[in-house]
Design a protein around this ligand. Structure first.
Ligand code: FE2
Ligand code: FE2
Length: 284
């Protein structure tokens, strides 16, 4: 990553944090990423944080208070843990996709916050419609509607588009060029190597990938997934803990224009990190 400029706001974006392995990745690796890169804003997708399905209040508070994540986005699994209906309204930092069928579109899907006094940014959470369950509303129209609600002075705007297909993600990103600073995909749990800046304005990657165990089937224990595909057996469907990776994207945004200057993608395998080796050393 290039040195941070004077007028730059640096965003660190993390995709779907999957189960215990994903949460442990964050605990171990995020402090190191903060130390190396000094991000101003940290955003993570928490839709799979609790056992692979949904998020609890306890985990949300770990993310916000212990790990210093500023905004937690979600996706199609946002309400898998029903307790979220009880605490959702307490936290403006917790987003659910604005255009999802089981969400009140008028109130959800974006937040405006400050990374330091007087400097505001917006985060928007949308859901794809292709190969996604439910009668979800149009993400293109939802984006237009939300952008109208964000004051022009709020130049720094980030979109987490939680969608299955690369084409839908790239189409909505192209539709948003010049109107948002950073647009990234989540949901597939597979990082893509196509980070770039569209039109010298909008940073993009098709999918951030999951933070979780990659010796798996998109984070699920391989045996459980195979039983699902071979025998339609859903009795046990739990996250893997084997071979965790921490995947993230850094984006430098010019705070005056809101245009993206640079994006860089990282994949830290926990087994390669000196941090983990040091911990192991202490334990022996
Ligand atoms: Fe996910
Ligand atoms: Fe998802």
């Amino acid at each position: 990553m290039q040195p941070k400029g004077e007028s730059t706001v640096r965003i660190l974006a993390i995709g779907d944090v999957m189960g215990r392995a994903g949460r442990e990745c964050l605990e171990k690796a995020l402090p190191e990423a903060k130390r190396q890169f000094s991000p101003d804003v940290i955003i993570a997708n928490g839709e799979n944080a609790a056992g692979g399905f949904g998020i609890t209040e306890k985990i949300l508070l770990q993310f916000l208070q212990e790990q210093g994540i500023h905004v937690v986005t979600t996706g199609n699994h946002w309400a898998d843990k029903k307790e979220i209906y009880g605490f959702k309204k307490k936290y403006s930092e917790l987003l659910v996709p604005a255009n999802m069928y089981n969400v009140d579109e008028a109130r959800e899907g974006f937040v405006i916050k400050e990374w330091q006094p007087g400097y505001r940014y917006a985060v928007i959470n949308l859901l794809g419609r292709v190969f996604m369950k439910g009668e979800n509303r149009c993400p293109f129209m939802a984006l237009d509607r939300i952008l109208k609600q964000i004051p022009p002075a709020v130049k720094v705007r980030v979109v987490d588009f939680h969608a299955e297909t690369s084409s839908e993600k790239q189409a909505l990103a192209q539709y948003a060029v010049g109107r948002v600073s950073l647009f990234y995909g989540t949901h597939t749990h597979c990082p893509t190597a196509d980070e770039r800046v569209f039109g010298n304005k909008t940073g993009f990657v098709t999918d951030l990938g999951m933070t979780g165990a990659y010796d798996s089937v998109i984070g699920i224990e391989t045996d459980h997934s195979l039983r699902h595909f071979l025998q339609q057996d859903f009795k046990k469907f739990e996250p893997s803990e084997k071979d965790p990776w921490f995947c993230f994207l850094l984006a430098d945004i010019d705070r005056a224009t809101g245009y993206c200057q640079h994006v860089a993608r990282y994949r830290w395998k926990m087994s390669d990190m000196n941090l983990v080796e040091a911990e192991k050393g202490e334990n022996t």
